[in-house]
Design a protein around this ligand. Structure first.
Ligand SMILES: [Zn+2]
Ligand SMILES: [Zn+2]
Length: 336
């Protein structure tokens, strides 16, 4: 039988990242012995803005992806470039309690040390486990331990066996939902089902999901183990918005030392492609010191769009080189 899933509504909780129900479960393990896995649903670091009162994440009205919060206090859509001021209150409910979501593994470790010091803490993320030996060590320590908690990012849920685990908890289901990516819901659903869908000796006794958005499709369907229902709804959403598999995405990403140059190059490119639907240019978060901007096309003819774009970029290559710009054209990129 699949484990029961308890959804903890963080809007009614006073403590984060360890809610009262999660602390109670951990306290039981600290007293009686047993093991837990705590999963942080973190992929990338794009910060999203989130209402603590009603649970709404600010999303782009054009693209249905989460806005990304930029350092200047604006919310920007990484698909189409739309921007809105972050503001002081939630537009959905008027509450002033806005929060950036996401807690790192280190903060979670500190909280565990403070509240349940009896449990051995084993961290499993890219920082703590840099090579296969360290990974094997961490997994062996966890397998041998009598009372321990494994804290990790999505690599915890993937591919490893964790027999004898009493409790598996997703600390922040919403950080996945807050990513500026149209596949964010699918990824969150996969993570939740990877924990809740384990069976046999690998099945955790209980699964607990902490979320500001208990009514989100990913959380709701995962809690009911309803894979078919989730996929049907997800396909409908993608059809309505023109996302794959119904239409293809072509992304042109330009990076360089100056954002204005990257944006101008993409505007010129867009002007040369009048018969395609193109969103943007939209600025992205800087990566390794380089400014980035992208243009996204939704099309039935991805090859035609990609080759036209490549030809125009080749013609513009000398000017782009002078400005230190590089361009990449992607058809149906894995994340947008
Ligand atoms: Zn609100
Ligand atoms: Zn948008």
């Amino acid at each position: 039988p699949l484990p029961t899933v308890r959804v903890v509504d963080l809007r009614h909780e006073t403590s984060y990242p360890l809610s009262t129900p999660l602390l109670a479960e951990l306290g039981r393990l600290a007293e009686g012995g047993g093991k837990a896995i705590l999963l942080l649903n973190r992929r990338g670091v794009a910060p999203a803005l989130h209402c603590r009162a009603c649970g709404a994440t600010r999303r782009c009205p054009n693209c249905d992806v989460a806005f990304t919060l930029h350092g200047d206090g604006t919310l920007r859509c990484h698909h189409c470039g739309a921007r809105e001021p972050a503001g002081e209150t939630c537009p959905a409910c008027g509450s002033p309690e806005l929060a950036r979501i996401g807690a790192g593994t280190q903060r979670l470790e500190r909280e565990l040390e403070k509240h349940v010091p009896e449990l051995e803490r084993i961290r499993l993320d890219a920082d703590a486990v840099a090579n296969p030996e360290q990974l094997r060590d961490a997994l062996e320590r966890f397998a041998r331990a009598e009372r321990a908690v494994l804290v990790g990012t999505q690599m915890v849920a993937k591919g490893h066996h964790f027999p004898g685990v009493e409790l598996a908890a997703v600390v922040d289901a919403d950080t996945g939902l807050g990513l500026p990516d149209f596949r964010a819901e699918e990824r969150t659903f996969q993570l939740l089902t990877q924990l809740a869908g384990r069976s046999g000796r690998d099945a955790p006794g209980r699964v607990l999901v902490q979320t500001f958005q208990p009514e989100s499709r990913a959380v709701e369907h995962a809690a009911r183990h309803d894979v078919a229902g989730f996929l049907a709804g997800e396909l409908e959403r993608r059809r309505a918005l023109g996302y794959p598999p119904f239409r293809h995405l072509v992304r042109v990403l330009v990076s360089g030392p100056e954002l204005a140059d990257a944006t101008r190059a993409l505007e010129e490119l867009k002007a040369g492609l009048p018969d395609f639907v193109l969103l943007g240019p939209a600025p992205l978060l800087r990566l390794r010191g380089r400014h980035r901007a992208q243009l996204v096309g939704k099309t039935d003819r991805p090859r035609a769009l990609a080759s036209r774009a490549a030809a125009l970029l080749a013609a513009a290559a000398p000017a782009m080189r002078r400005a230190g710009l590089t361009a990449v054209v992607d058809v149906d990129p894995q994340s947008v």
